[in-house]
Design a protein around this ligand. Structure first.
Ligand SMILES: Nc1ncnc2c1ncn2[C@@H]1O[C@H](COP(=O)(O)OP(=O)(O)OP(=O)(O)O)[C@@H](O)[C@H]1O
Ligand SMILES: [Mg+2]
Length: 452
């Protein structure tokens, strides 16, 4: 990678960073936080006092992808060599340790040592205790910490206890404001406009990918709370942008299906059936739901399996095309993958024993799942089928999605968590969407790869 000459604001940021013990580069995605902070870090590594230095990411893997990869690209292998197994980076002739913050062993190692320099990637994703501990390790004169982060909730510990208490702030428009806070820290706020290498097409596709909460955080660069409706972009009104009639989409289905399944015994059991259309959209084709409470009888695992299998084998209530020959039978819509609630291990092993193919434990990274569903909705790549009377293929799911809200208690703690009520359909949808991500990811990246 050839690094282009820095803008005056990027130079100012590096200059301010040098004058503080801690520097946090924060703001929009792709706003040149990493590049600028790495140039800052390199200059520091060249001149830092002797002693151990450390680079931290959320995990070893993300650190390597986000930071070490670009460093090697910038400097070449002679000046920057990463020994993965040992977690050691040889940078400009200096040995630097690397670690993932979520690795307990790494935390143990750091606990005991004095550090002269720390670089932190994605600081808001670190456990708060670990970040605080890093601060206490930087006891030598001239020791520094350089970090990058995307915005999160305004109640997040990093915002509340550090950024809001910074001594100096380089604002988004580039003004240097002596905020005079008690922490020897400079807050460096970046925006997409600060990245002069950004292709306008690429930028437009970023705009299309992020909506709602994520637009405000990752594009605008604001620290905003997760409040109110989670899928506030969802338009399921008659004629709404996320609706599609079977009469249109029925013959476009490719025959590829996935199931996301939220398991419940005293709570509802909810399976969501997804399919793809030949114009590259994900379609909610149906749901199979059973609520032991409203039905006044609980089903056992064997009964669940038999009923769900029967429903899929009989075509999952997807209507036949209007011009189908009389007497045509609906074919099975057996899913390529069935992503099962990760906490329902015994149900999953029962499915396996009964020969259920394509089983996986669902990915339960809630925030990532919600973000992906949002991106698909924003790009109009996730649609909900209905019949010619307007009856949805998945009425319970639709109802729960519209009522799906952020938990205000979690928001107060600075965390993003959906309220755990009537979330069975949304969980099932999330599992289904995550399990077929290799199919839809290229749809969202079309604009991005064109621009790259
Ligand atoms: N001065 C520059 N010279 C060359 N490339 C640059 C420069 N500034 C930014 N870029 C390019 O812009 C892209 C985004 O920059 P960078 O990775 O630093 O952003 P970021 O703010 O860390 O984004 P994210 O939040 O997504 O991690 C990078 O791929 C980088 O190659
Ligand atoms: Mg970055």
């Amino acid at each position: 990678m050839i690094v282009q000459a820095l803008t005056p604001k990027q130079q100012t940021a590096i200059g301010l960073s040098r004058a503080h013990r801690m520097a946090v580069y924060e703001g929009s995605v792709r706003s040149s936080k990493t590049i600028t902070s790495l140039l800052d870090w390199l200059a520091f590594v060249r001149t830092a006092p002797p002693g151990p230095m450390l680079m931290i990411g959320k995990t070893e893997r993300t650190l390597e992808r986000n930071v070490i990869g670009p460093l090697v690209e910038m400097l070449g292998r002679n000046r920057c060599r990463f020994v993965r197994g040992a977690g050691e980076l040889h940078l400009l002739g200096r040995l630097i340790y690397t670690a993932g913050a979520n690795d307990e062993k790494a935390q143990e190692k750091v606990r005991g040592i004095t550090l002269v320099g720390v670089y932190v990637d994605e600081a808001s994703l670190l456990p708060e205790s670990f970040w605080n501990m890093l601060g206490t390790r930087l006891s030598v004169a001239g020791a520094r910490l350089i970090a990058t982060t995307n915005p999160d909730s305004p109640q997040h510990w990093l915002k509340r206890d550090y950024l809001d208490r910074a001594r100096t702030h380089l604002t988004r428009p580039g003004a240097v404001v002596p905020t005079g806070g008690p922490v020897d820290l400079v807050r460096l706020s970046f925006h997409l406009d600060d990245n002069i290498t950004l292709d306008p097409l690429y930028r437009a596709s970023l705009d299309a990918m992020y909506v709602g909460l994520w637009r405000r955080r990752f594009i605008d660069g604001d620290w905003v709370a997760a409040e109110g409706a989670i899928f506030d972009m969802l338009d399921l009104n008659p004629g709404g942008v996320h609706r599609i009639g079977w009469d249109t989409v029925r013959r476009q289905l490719t025959g590829r299906h996935w199931v996301g399944l939220d398991y419940g015994q005293s709570n509802p059991f909810h399976a969501v059936l997804l399919g793809t259309s030949d114009d590259d959209r994900l379609v909610v084709c149906g749901e199979w739901r059973y609520d032991g409470r409203t039905s006044h009888r609980q089903l056992d695992d064997g009964e669940y399996e038999a009923r769900l299998r029967g429903w899929l084998d009989a075509g999952a209530d997807i209507p036949l095309p209007a011009d189908a020959h009389p007497g045509t039978l609906a074919g099975s819509v057996w899913p390529e993958r069935t992503a099962v609630d990760p906490s329902a291990a015994s149900f999953r092993s029962m499915l396996r024993n009964r020969g259920w193919t394509g089983l996986v434990a669902a990915d339960n990274a809630v925030a990532d799942g919600i973000r992906n569903v949002s991106s698909l909705l924003a790009a109009r790549r996730l649609l909900f089928a209905h019949d010619d009377q307007g009856q949805p293929a998945a009425p319970f799911l639709e109802r729960e999605l519209l009522g799906y809200v952020w938990d205000p208690k979690a928001t107060k703690r600075g965390e993003d968590e959906p309220l755990k009520a009537d979330d069975h359909g949304p969980d099932g949808l999330r599992y289904g969407v995550q399990v077929c991500r290799s199919v839809w990811r290229p749809w969202l990246q079309q604009g991005l790869s064109l621009a790259a």
